[in-house]
Design a protein around this ligand. Structure first.
Ligand SMILES: [Zn+2]
Length: 449
């Protein structure tokens, strides 16, 4: 990402329509960029020469929850029927075949697809750390470095959420052979490895290293306490929570607490922690998560694909939680659909329309995601990163709609309407094209078993 290069001359851009964070979009705005940052925002003055951004400009979309290699399952698991747990078996088989080289190629391809969908930063929930069987690579962080290289090749920012995974379930049964690649054995060994990974990217503004205890299934309570002691507020913390009713049932049986209750017990609820899915919650869970102003990340297209259920997103936001969205398993990579999906799922859950404010949904797909990944979450504002997207206001989806209404974007735009994507002031997608797409298509088509 060129923002690290510090060599860019001043640039003036003229946007037809731009979302600066309020209910309505502004028209005819000049955006001045300097060294990858927005230097000024002003009404258009005809005296200034500016490059035209033709369409609707919104802040870069932030994909807060990704497992890059799951993209290989797209379109291939429907006919197996079953549930989440059967799907997981197929996913484990694919994880078993990954090498640092193949993972980098696949992830680069997926991140190129993201860039073309207007995504400028991704939270990669990364758990395939070691060799099949569990032995470390020469560099125990080789897989993590491969993912970070992939994001840089695609031109987007990455928060690598390094996952800790220690057991197969609450009864402390041994890891499934497929899960041995995920485990560092001991919680402190995992966190030591993360510290070493992080030291390689101390000065980078395109990389954040976060931690992700995989779930309360995979990390016991004393491990969650250890995360609290060692990580505290220094890094983003993400965790899968209550995606499946079975997790709640097993957790209650083993501990007497719900998964969210267990996080509360461990001192892990709070603004630095993001609960991914948060689907099967009790009213007490909702109150605690919101009361601590924790983050919640909804992944509507995956949650419907995996038949997870409908989480109480609107209740969580009302209680004080900070919303973000992610494309998770990449059945679909379209953050407009993710943001819209949160509202649509609330409609199915409550029997009412218009449950959530569209500006909240759009913030979830932009600044909400940036905040939960530990990037500056300033949107399009002076001093904020020049990460933004140009949407075609005349596309078949958007033609005839009011381009100054946030509702038009939230309820009608799709990833296919993204014409240009800028990261740190650099244009990485031009006329819907990315220079890495041809290689990406080849990587995604490579034969696999
Ligand atoms: Zn996930």
């Amino acid at each position: 990402v060129a923002q690290t290069t510090n060599r860019r001359a001043n640039n003036m851009w003229h946007a037809d329509t731009v979302w600066l964070g309020s209910e309505r979009l502004d028209e005819d705005v000049n955006l001045e960029m300097s060294q990858g940052v927005i230097a000024s925002i002003s009404p258009r003055s005809s005296a200034t020469s500016a490059t035209h951004l033709e369409g609707i400009v919104v802040p870069g979309l932030v994909n807060a929850h990704s497992h890059a290699f799951h993209r290989l399952l797209r379109g291939k698991t429907h006919r197996q029927g079953g549930d989440f747990w059967l799907w997981r078996e197929r996913m484990y088989e694919i994880a078993e075949d990954l090498t640092p080289e193949s993972y980098e190629e696949i992830a680069t391809a997926v991140y190129v697809e993201m860039a073309m969908a207007g995504i400028t930063a991704v939270g990669e929930f990364h758990y395939v750390h070691h060799q099949p069987g569990g032995a470390s690579y020469d560099d125990p962080n080789e897989m993590g470095h491969a993912l970070i290289r992939a994001a840089r090749r695609a031109g987007i920012r990455i928060c690598l959420l390094d996952v800790g995974y220690f057991r197969a379930g609450f009864d402390d049964r041994p890891l499934h052979p497929y899960q041995e690649r995920f485990s560092d054995g001991r919680v402190d060994d995992w966190l030591d490895r993360v510290d070493r990974l992080s030291a390689s990217y101390d000065d980078a503004n395109d990389v954040v290293i976060g931690v992700a205890p995989h779930s309360v299934r995979a990390v016991p309570l004393d491990g969650l306490h250890r995360v609290r002691e060692r990580v505290a507020e220094s890094r983003p913390i993400h965790i899968h929570v209550s995606e499946q009713a079975a997790e709640n049932r097993d957790c209650l049986e083993a501990t007497g607490m719900t998964p969210a209750g267990l996080l509360d017990e461990a001192g892990l609820l709070g603004p630095m922690t993001t609960l991914v899915h948060a689907t099967h919650l009790t009213p007490t869970d909702v109150g605690a998560i919101g009361g601590y102003q924790s983050g919640v990340c909804f992944c509507a297209t995956t949650e419907r694909d995996l038949a997870d259920g409908l989480g109480p997103a609107s209740d969580l936001v009302e209680a004080g939680a900070d919303l973000s969205v992610g494309s998770d398993s990449h059945a679909v990579i379209d953050l407009f659909e993710e943001a819209r999906g949160v509202e649509m799922h609330q409609r199915l859950r409550t029997g009412r329309r218009g449950v959530m404010d569209p500006a909240i949904l759009m913030r979830a797909a932009t600044t909400g995601g940036a905040r939960c990944l530990g990037f500056p979450a300033r949107g399009l504002s002076v001093g904020g990163a020049a990460d933004f997207v140009v949407i075609d206001a005349e596309s078949p989806r958007l033609a005839g709609l009011d381009p100054t209404s946030i509702d038009s974007i939230v309820f009608a735009a799709t990833a296919a309407d993204v014409v240009e994507t800028f990261v740190g002031g650099d244009r990485i997608v031009t006329e819907r094209g990315h220079p890495g797409w041809d290689a990406a298509r080849v990587a995604l088509s490579a034969p696999r078993n």
